[in-house]
Design a protein. Sequence first.
Length: 250
Amino acid sequence: MGTKFNRSVLIKLLLLQCLSVLSEAQDSDFFYFVQQVTDTSMSEAQDFDFFYFVQQWPGSYCDTSQSCCYPTTGKPPSDFGIHGLWPNYKNGSYPSYCDPDNPYDESEISDLISSMQENWASLSCPSNNGSTFWSHEWEKHGTCSESVLDQHGYFQAALKLKSKVDLLQILQSAGINPDGRNYTVSVIASAIRDGIGYTPWIACNVDVAGNRQLYEVYVCVDTSGSSLIECPVFPQGDGKCTSSVEFPAF
Ligand code: AMP
């Protein structure tokens, strides 16, 4: 009985002491410091270090065994198309699906739709108007940069980057054409580096005949989504290219 009483009194005294220390600390610099550190790490949990801006060659999406379906709005131009603008961490990992409370809302980007149909074409089957692809990209990647770019800002940033990084024009000026011939990957990468001033990363896939081909080009962009930067880290893996790859027609 006596021991129980002593223990509960002791616990209450300890609790009282903790409360008084906390209430004193609330006014102190130390409490302010702890609060700052906590707030910063909470917000950084959703933050990111840079973007990958990824463009895709439609000919290489379509001539694979999975094939493709042109969007309901018609065959996309014979040009690289946007795959996505992806927030990434310097350690190579990336955040995804950061905010289920901010779903894709096409009414926010109605002024961009015709440019998206042209530059961010959906090629998956069944044929659709593009919304499925764009909403996937926004919800998986875009929501992780919403502290910097709202939905309109996100899609607009990607479209502006597409006109800044005109891959087809850069490659064609270097004599690299989508003509079904093979080109050396290091020559493709050098041409792009000379064209934009930064080193790209190249990913390949395989056509129905088993040939490796130029599939996607990654460049890095600062957290504002507007300026190209050197990539802090390249994607993991080797991009599945052989030293020379096909550049198929589309
Ligand atoms: P992500 O999840 O953003 O890394 O992108 C991969 C997904 O995007 C896969 O499901 C692909 O099939 C899809 N995807 C890639 N390119 C296209 C495209 N041009 N049209 C539709 N879906 C695509």
